[in-house]
Design a protein around this ligand. Structure first.
Ligand code: OSB
Ligand code: MG
Length: 377
């Protein structure tokens, strides 16, 4: 429901710019499904009343995390979603989301539009995004997600990030790169807050192997089974002690409800860009809170635009575990925003100012832009 504290005259979307942006990654990032060497993403600007709102899409070029793709999303944004909101007025982001609700799934493409409007709307109210979302606080706890690589190198990276104050280490695992890795990391770091993320690479046939992870005092195991299989996660949770955290499976609050009611997840990774936007992410957050299930904010190697959105969302009260919104410099030598998004002792400061609180570095953005299209109402 729209919060009556934040009502104002409807905002008419009078223009938009849709860019396709490419940023090289500082180091390749390998997870169970493959290796990323660059980040390619749609960057959307929405305009109203002389203000601009920004968001990025978190889909990948290939459908290897979820089913959405960059090219599919660009097409949907250009031909369907943007024409549907341009020239229209919305009093609240929820009403804009309703415009896109009839279309099936495509939560990442819809989130791109919804999130840009939240930024615009917060700016029109002169308030930080965290305030209109219902969050508070000046910084959030963060951990790191370490990609798959040789064990010796991973031990060095664990040490370096603990040294920097990161509050949780998440290790990417896959079959053949799991138990030995955990044994080595636990041997060297007996007390480190540790989790693993399997990105869907196991099945129930691996139950015995997954149960061996119970010996390593993991805070949770993230998304061990298929991206669309809440049911098998419930079965697995009944057979292991370590809490399961769902990521890929939770794209809507209905997915969260089914997971929580069946004890398929005792922790939830919320990614706003995967969940249709802030309104749905907040509904997932609230439902988890009602079930006394803690949440944390996931990441998709976002640029400063998506990172800023994630940080603001992470200030809601049930984000009680460290998120993946670590320092931008871990990902990119130069980011497309002017502000530095860097952690201090394992805490990421919330960017100040109205909306998401970061601004585009237009000079650098121009060099990273593969295509750009303007829309006018
Ligand atoms: O599963 O959380 C994931 C990155 C790309 C795709 C999926 C995932 C991830 C990460 C990295 O774990 C999170 C980040 O550092 O942004
Ligand atoms: Mg994950």
């Amino acid at each position: 429901m729209p919060d009556p504290a934040f009502t104002k005259a409807p905002l008419r979307i009078d223009g938009a710019t849709l860019r396709l942006v490419r940023l090289p990654l500082v180091t390749p990032f390998t997870i169970a499904t493959g290796t990323m060497t660059e980040k390619v993403f749609p960057l959307l600007t929405l305009r109203a009343d002389g203000l601009e709102g920004y968001a990025e899409g978190v889909m990948d070029p290939l459908p290897d995390y979820l089913e959405e793709t960059v090219s599919g999303a660009m097409d949907l944004l250009e031909k369907v979603l943007l024409p549907q909101v341009l020239g229209k007025s919305f009093a609240h982001p929820e009403s804009l989301a309703r415009q896109m609700a009839p279309w099936r799934a495509n939560h990442m493409a819809k989130a791109t539009v919804e999130m840009a409007f939240w930024d615009l709307w917060a700016k029109s109210l002169g308030l930080p995004l965290q305030t209109v979302l219902g969050g508070e606080g000046e910084a959030v706890d963060v951990g790191v997600s370490l990609g798959i690589g040789p064990i010796a190198g991973t031990l060095d990276r664990v040490a370096a990030h603990l040294q920097q104050g990161y509050r949780r280490i998440k290790l990417k695992v896959k079959p053949g790169h799991d138990i030995a890795l955990l044994r080595a990391v636990r041997h060297d770091f007996p007390d480190a807050p540790l989790t693993v993320d399997a990105n869907c690479c196991y099945t129930l046939a691996d139950t015995d192997l997954i149960r061996r992870m119970d010996d390593f005092a993991l805070d949770y195991i993230e998304q061990p089974l298929a991206w669309d299989d809440i049911h098998d996660h419930a079965t697995l949770q009944s057979r292991i002690r370590t809490p399961i955290c769902l990521d890929e499976c939770i794209r809507t609050v209905e997915h969260a409800r089914k997971a929580l009611q069946t004890d398929a997840a005792r922790v939830v990774n919320i990614k706003v860009g995967r969940s249709g936007g802030h309104a749905e992410a907040r509904r997932i957050h609230d439902l988890c809170e009602a079930f006394q299930v803690p949440v944390w904010c996931g990441g998709m190697l976002e640029s400063g635009i998506g990172r800023a959105h994630n940080i603001h969302l992470s200030t809601l009260p049930n984000f009680t575990k460290p998120g993946d919104t670590s320092s931008a410099s871990r990902y990119f030598t130069r980011d497309i925003v002017c502000e530095k998004l860097e952690t201090e002792a394992g805490r990421m400061p919330v960017p100040r100012g109205p909306g998401i609180g970061v601004t585009l570095d237009l000079d650098y953005l121009a060099t990273a832009t593969l295509s750009s299209q303007d829309f006018r109402a």
